[in-house]
Design a protein around this ligand. Structure first.
Ligand code: ADP
Ligand code: GLC
Length: 491
């Protein structure tokens, strides 16, 4: 039997992207389609989403919801894979320029609860037959934006007496929970008893992510290590108690690399394409990157790259503390990022202090992100915590060795170039255990030392490029989760 799944999310590459969530929602449905699953997506009708779809047609009038009249469901196609994408049309909520979550002064929109309640509500309508031509067997909610969808499914089941489709909630980042004042509960159109500790209530507030975790039939997160970490008091962000009660329903399924977007042999965004067999292009990418960002054009300077949201999570402060150890050894650093003004300023200052060795590009630039992943010798991801992380996976594919903190998906995907791992031919990068300056500096030193040993460096680069973090295995694991749910329902 073909499984039909509806992914519910706020962003999807290439339509709209602020981080890795978009990469996953852009890659997982086509990977599932390849495996014979019928995967569709529902998104808010943000301007760039509507602009990027073809053959948009109306599906259903959903009427009044959350104070908005004439909410409509439409359906379009996303090429090149031909994925069907539904959009929730409510222009007063979604037709705003720029970032989907923040206004022009970088503050969360005041009506974010209603904007994303509508997404969850419309997804639940679609899962209960709003499109006469298609109905999913499983609803798959991603992050807090979609967290209310499983709650609306339960509410509708209670109202109509018709069994709901099962749902899965995937946690991409437990740090973002969609917490709003309890007084807003009244606008959510949920049964009154849902505002309870066994429901959407969270320490006197309401939490969209908690709703997703409580009401979904299964929970997944994006790496096995993060699945364990979020069940601990230290890293559970207040939700570890709930997660522990659901420990048997939780799976850690690693994200993958979309090879149609991130492959150095076919990447048209980089200076020269390359592969393990034809590796000379990588040096050209490095020279082009140095030129593009204004670094000294020194082929032998060890070049460290970072492509990141600039938030506390990402450990940019730790990186800045270790910067002297890169520069004094003749290394270079290029950072592409946007976010926290204090981190942006810290980086700008470093670039001013070392104009030929440190380059900082503030902003979101998809093309430059590819140039950095391809042109760097090392890609750093020194995150405090990291549910999965994608840039270290892209780095492996591009033979740019990742240097990462041993947490979450970083711990699951990079093998440190310790003497033992080098001898056992396992090393693919550099991993530091403790989140402190001495540990990251020691990893940086190991990187410089390995670069001196040309043949060993080459062997590690080759091994990195041979790692297979494609989507197929993970897409299959999600489909297994869906099948288990459907089978349980049928019993
Ligand atoms: P997160 O989702 O926490 O931001 P990930 O490593 O999973 O972290 O994914 C980040 C994605 O966003 C990657 O595709 C990365 O290349 C991209 N990215 C982050 N910052 C920028 C930026 N300033 N410009 C372009 N791409 C960026
Ligand atoms: C989140 C996480 C990141 C993960 C991404 C996609 O934004 O911070 O680690 O790779 O989602 O799952």
């Amino acid at each position: 039997m073909t499984v039909c799944v509806l992914h519910v999310a706020a962003e999807m590459y290439p339509l709209l992207k602020t981080g890795g969530l978009a990469d996953v929602v852009g890659a997982l449905p086509p990977a599932q389609t390849q495996l014979g699953t019928n995967a569709r997506v529902i998104l808010p009708a943000f301007p760039s989403v509507v602009a990027g779809l073809t053959q948009i047609e109306p599906v259903a009038e959903l009427g009044w919801a959350f104070g908005i009249d004439n909410v409509r469901l439409e359906r379009g196609l996303l090429e090149p894979h031909g994925i069907v994408v539904y959009v929730v049309r409510a222009d007063a909520f979604y037709d705003r320029p720029g970032n989907p979550y923040l206004d022009s002064s970088h503050t969360q929109y005041a009506d974010s609860d209603r904007r994303f309640a509508l997404l969850g509500w419309a997804a639940a309508r679609l899962a209960t037959g709003a499109d006469p031509a298609w109905k999913p067997d499983v609803l798959h909610a991603h992050d807090w934006h979609a967290g209310l969808a499983p709650a609306y499914l339960r509410a509708r089941e209670r109202e109509t007496g018709v069994a709901r489709v099962p749902s899965v909630t995937t946690v991409h980042n437990l740090a973002y929970q969609g917490v709003f004042p309890a007084a807003e509960f009244g606008v959510l159109q949920l049964p009154a008893d849902f505002f309870s500790v066994d429901g959407v209530e969270f320490y006197g507030h309401l939490s969209f992510l908690k709703a997703g975790l409580f009401y979904a039939d299964r929970i997944t997160t994006v790496s096995p290590t993060y699945a364990r970490e979020i069940q601990t008091h230290a890293q559970g962000a207040g939700l570890d108690g709930l997660l522990r009660t659901r420990t048997h329903d939780i799976s850690g399924i690693l994200n993958g690399v979309d090879k149609s977007v991130w492959n150095p042999a076919t990447d048209t965004a980089i200076h020269t394409q390359y592969s393990i067999a034809k590796f000379t292009g990588k040096a050209k990418c490095k020279a082009a990157l140095q030129e593009r960002v204004g670094l000294a054009r020194e082929p032998n300077a060890l070049l460290f790259g970072v492509v990141s949201r600039l938030t506390e999570q990402k450990g940019i402060d730790l990186l800045l503390s270790a910067l002297p150890d890169i520069v004094q050894r003749g290394g270079q650093l290029v950072v592409l990022g946007t976010g926290d003004p204090a981190l942006e300023n810290g980086l700008k200052k470093a670039a001013l202090a070392h104009p030929h060795a440190v380059a900082v590009e503030l902003g979101f630039d998809e093309t430059l992100s590819h140039s950095i992943i391809a042109g760097s010798d090392i890609v750093m991801v020194p995150s405090r915590f990291e549910p999965c992380g994608l840039t270290q996976l892209y780095a492996l594919a591009y033979g740019s060795l990742p240097l990462v903190h041993c947490v979450g998906g970083l711990a699951d995907t990079v093998v440190d170039a310790s003497l033992e791992n080098l001898a056992d031919e396992l090393a693919t990068g550099f991993v530091f255990e403790k989140f402190d300056r001495p540990s990251i500096v020691a990893a940086i030193r190991r990187a410089f030392a390995l670069k001196q040993r040309r043949l060993e460096w080459k062997a590690v680069v080759r091994r990195a490029m041979e790692q297979d973090f494609g989507w197929e295995a993970s897409a299959l694991r999600y489909v297994d989760v869906y099948r288990e749910l459907i089978a349980t329902r049928a019993q």
